[in-house]
Design a protein around this ligand. Structure first.
Ligand code: ADP
Ligand code: MG
Length: 322
């Protein structure tokens, strides 16, 4: 690896990255990435969040050299993927979404094979060290088919690490993985990051991105619609909707609620929109007491990913219009 002074500011940088999948027998033409600009800072855990079909894997696969871009440019660890292909490839490890492990090799053999593919000379291989880091040292000689699902996932990560890349990309690492395994994987990812590896992961789970990532980019229909430090993004998405139904019908919104600017729904309910972090519920209930209204039902609306995309895209259009 290069000396400290030469470390790039961004682990990954994409400029105007574009991908159109050509029409084939079965599918029409698909504009999967629409000239996206994205800078992934060095050293953190970066989340690429978006629903299925958003273009996450396309982005990752272009970086990995598995998909050819249609336009734009990308650099990994400062190396342009077209002009400095070899260095760019050497700087990234990719863990694909599907578990594809040959069941008849042991973890030790699989890692040695992979190191061979990457041209790592035998003397420089760190096979046992990598197995150790991923908690697989005691399974180094077990047949892969005898490994649990969690171990297989970790083995995939180990495989992506054989050439000691400074950037590790995980494509939907926990899709279809149970809660316990998910937690385990998260802590492993955190450890790798603490040891200095820049992590990029894609996910369609907001909680996953929220839990793990320092910074999140949201990708939707091939466009980056938000890219912010996690806390900033969450603050923007912090809207909650609360509907309170009262025992007593009323004609106008009682003045006691003015501060909360609710909306009247039907004869005896009010809908409040607020920032969850403001937690105004106790004050709203106090205002109800003031107004001599008895709450009989309270319901909240969780913001789901689809709402978030709507919210963010609406924001973008409003900004464009103004
Ligand atoms: P994600 O990983 O976010 O689910 P993908 O990058 O896999 O999204 O896909 C983005 C879009 O491109 C989708 O509409 C998908 O159907 C399309 N797509 C992906 N791969 C191909 C391909 N090889 N040929 C044609 N269309 C594709
Ligand atoms: Mg995908």
């Amino acid at each position: 690896m290069r000396d400290q002074a030469a470390l790039p500011e961004n682990a990954v940088e994409a400029k105007g990255l574009d991908k159109v999948y050509r029409a084939s027998g079965k599918t029409g033409e698909k504009h999967a990435l629409k000239a996206i600009d994205l800078a992934i800072p060095r050293g953190g855990i970066f989340g690429l969040l978006g629903p299925n079909g958003a273009g996450k894997s396309t982005f990752i696969n272009i970086l990995a050299g598995l998909v050819n871009k249609t336009g734009g440019s990308a650099a990994i660890w400062g190396y342009d993927i077209d002009r400095q292909t070899r260095q760019a490839r050497a700087s990234i490890g990719v863990v694909p979404q599907e578990l594809n492990i040959d069941p008849f090799f042991t973890p030790f053999e699989l890692l040695e094979l992979q190191a061979g593919l990457y041209g790592v000379p035998p003397k420089e291989r760190q096979t046992m060290d990598i197995l150790e880091r991923l908690g697989l040292a005691d399974k180094s000689d077990a047949y892969a088919r005898t490994l649990s699902g969690g171990m297989r996932r970790r083995l995939m990560v180990a495989k992506a690490m054989v050439h000691n890349p400074p950037v590790l990309v995980l494509d939907e690492p926990t899709a279809g993985v149970d809660i316990e395994l998910r937690q385990q994987l998260w802590s492993q990812v955190r450890e790798l990051n603490e040891s200095g590896v820049t992590i990029v992961l894609t996910t369609h789970y907001l909680e996953e991105a929220e839990e793990l990532c320092d910074e999140i980019a949201i990708i939707h229909h091939g466009e980056v619609i938000a890219c912010d430090p996690t806390q900033t993004l969450l603050r923007r998405l912090d809207n909650k909707t609360l509907t309170i139904t009262f025992a007593e019908p009323f004609d106008a919104i009682p003045a006691d609620f003015t501060a909360f600017q609710p909306e009247k729904v039907g004869e005896q309910a009010l809908r409040f929109q607020y920032r969850a972090s403001d937690s105004p519920l106790p004050k709203i209930l106090a205002a109800a007491t003031q107004a001599r209204l008895t709450p009989v039902d309270v319901s909240t609306l969780e913001t789901d990913l689809e709402d978030i995309f709507l919210q963010l895209t609406r924001g973008a259009h409003e900004r464009e219009a103004s």
